[in-house]
Design a protein around this ligand. Sequence first.
Ligand SMILES: Cc1cc2nc3c(=O)[nH]c(=O)nc-3n(C[C@H](O)[C@H](O)[C@H](O)COP(=O)(O)OP(=O)(O)OC[C@H]3O[C@@H](n4cnc5c(N)ncnc54)[C@H](O)[C@@H]3O)c2cc1C
Length: 684
Amino acid sequence: MAALTENADNSTAPTDEIGTTTPEHDEPVTDDLSDDERALLVDGVRYVLDGRWRATRDTVRAGTDRADLLPDPSRTLDEARARILAEMRELADHDFAAAGFGADHGGTGDVGASITAIEMLGYADLSLMVKSGVQWGLFGGAVENLGTARHHQRYVPGIIDLDILGCFAMTETGHGSNVQALETTATYDRDTREFVINSPTPSSRKDYIGGAAQHARFAAVFAQLITGGPDEEPESQGVHCLVVPIRDADGNDLPGITTGDCGYKGGLPGVDNGRITFDNVRVPAENLLNRYADVEADGTYISPIENPNRRFFTMLGTLIRGRVSVAATAGAAGRKALTLATRYGLLRKQFDAPDGDDEITVLDYLGHQRKLLPLIAKSYAIACAQNELTAELHDVQTAAADRAQTDPADQERQRQLESAAAGLKAYATWHASAAVNTSREACGGAGYLDENQLSIIRDDIDVFTTFEGDNTVMTQLVAKELLGAYAEDLRGLSAGGWVRFIAGMARDVVAEKTAVRQVVQTLLDSSDEDTENSSLADRGTQIRLFRNREDHLVRTCAQRLRRAGEDDTDAFEIFNDAQDHLLKVGTAHTERVVLEAFVQAIADCDSRSAADLLAKVCDLFVYSALEADLSWFLMHRQVSVERAKAIRRGVNSLCQELRPHARTLVDAFGIPEALLAAPMLEHG
Ligand SMILES: Cc1cc2nc3c(=O)[nH]c(=O)nc-3n(C[C@H](O)[C@H](O)[C@H](O)COP(=O)(O)OP(=O)(O)OC[C@H]3O[C@@H](n4cnc5c(N)ncnc54)[C@H](O)[C@@H]3O)c2cc1C
């Protein structure tokens, strides 16, 4: 059988050219491995995937290797909710949540560990992950990041140990994506030094809120803060967050609060999503989470950030942990589904083999390989990008805890982080939905039985494309940031206003490049600029194709939008006419970032056999991404028809080359065995 160092398009460039570090003693990977060699290879690849918080992964792996953590669809809604809360209490007893909170607030201040631990819960039960994410990540995150010492002292220890159960009440029936337009009001009453919370319209009802139906006693409520100084007319100072008690110790609504239950949903039965309306609910002024803004006793509004737009986006920006966790967990759910489907594909046989009594194992069909292996390859790429994102979030938020974040370089880094989080959230959750659905189908009828988990995962993962930022809105955000070259104060502009700004920008601003990482620069320098005539197996050529696509899309999109600077043009219409283009900019950018993160992870890998295998997986990621977008590459003459055919052939041959390693690739995900329980895997 072919060794992994062959090239997919029969070109001559050996895989070693991609710049992996290859210790002398370590052999290149081949197909005919002994059990020991395969186990070593699994370990080597897993080491790369586990990333910087691999110790956390191992701890959670050990603690969750239990089949009783898997969702049980026979539970009623009440039972499912009670069960998840009980599991959270068990986690809390094991000090699960402390990492997400500052050391001086009762936590251990390891942001990366907290994201990684939540991600690992995705292998067990997505309801457990979401409910934990709401309590510790969203509600806890709001108190931790938007609050000050008085809030940390009062709430954080109880949030960690679950004495204080909370919810994150941002979305309203009328507004989900457009948070600045929320209608709930928090009006300051200087006579009593209280805020009065109201839901002035039916559309201002808080909706879909995790924990609001049953368990939450407190809510982090996002509302228009209305106040004015002694000689001022009270007015809205924009959306702010307050801690509002919503239920008493017996679970009854407090005066002025009306909660409701969203009831049965498309999935996540263990999460009690609900609604909240407020009727003149009074809370003390100190319940305002006042890190970025406060109200003095006389009603005067004060904030260290003068620009209201910047203030709002600074507040929201501190809350991106939830978005990063959702992206990470989607990655885990996709990997688990692909593991189940791959193991099944290695057992399941259909139709006679031509030369024997036996039937053909379904994973030996090219069609089946094409279903699963490109998705596995994309999962690898996304996992590497996710590890980088988690690490960047950790570093930025750890630095932010140490200083005031007034340095423009810090602000720039924060904005880039937010854009990266938005992009990966959309890319990873769309991928997870596709991977889970395809995995279900790849298991035929067995995949449809809840006992084999895939149908449950599919229902549970569905909403990940919507919550923590709708994917379309997130992708657009990435593109807007790119086109605006991270210009300050661009966010919050209406579509028309934003386009007018872009139209007025100097022509070369959008062409500005972000820093190119060293490993990528080296690969680009050593590859031919003429992508058509250089080997497709050359990593530099691959990166160049992704980069060229992104550059082309950014430039041409900017050209289209610049028409808004001309007379008599309707700015919104121009924006809207180009929205498909804008969205493609966002996706192409994120896909390029994902590829470069994968290339970096391979370059950092010390095991030659693991690096060899990963390099081939990376090839498949590239070839299948190019194939998925061939119409664009052909239409824009970025590849010839001949090259397009070579890409298609390349996907086929890479699938066949990786087929013998399919089990290794999914074993390296390191999913606890008990969480992969599925009767279909016992008999095929
Ligand atoms: C199970 C579940 C749990 C949730 N938990 C919470 C929670 O705990 N706390 C909380 O605050 N919220 C929660 N949410 C709410 C969730 O965050 C919102 O549903 C989400 O932000 C999307 O908002 P929306 O529902 O108003 O959709 P909309 O924003 O109305 O989107 C509807 C459609 O319009 C499209 N669209 C919107 N704007 C644009 C645009 N500019 N350009 C092109 N297309 C556009 C979107 O892509 C989408 O397809 C939860 C939701 C669910 C379903």
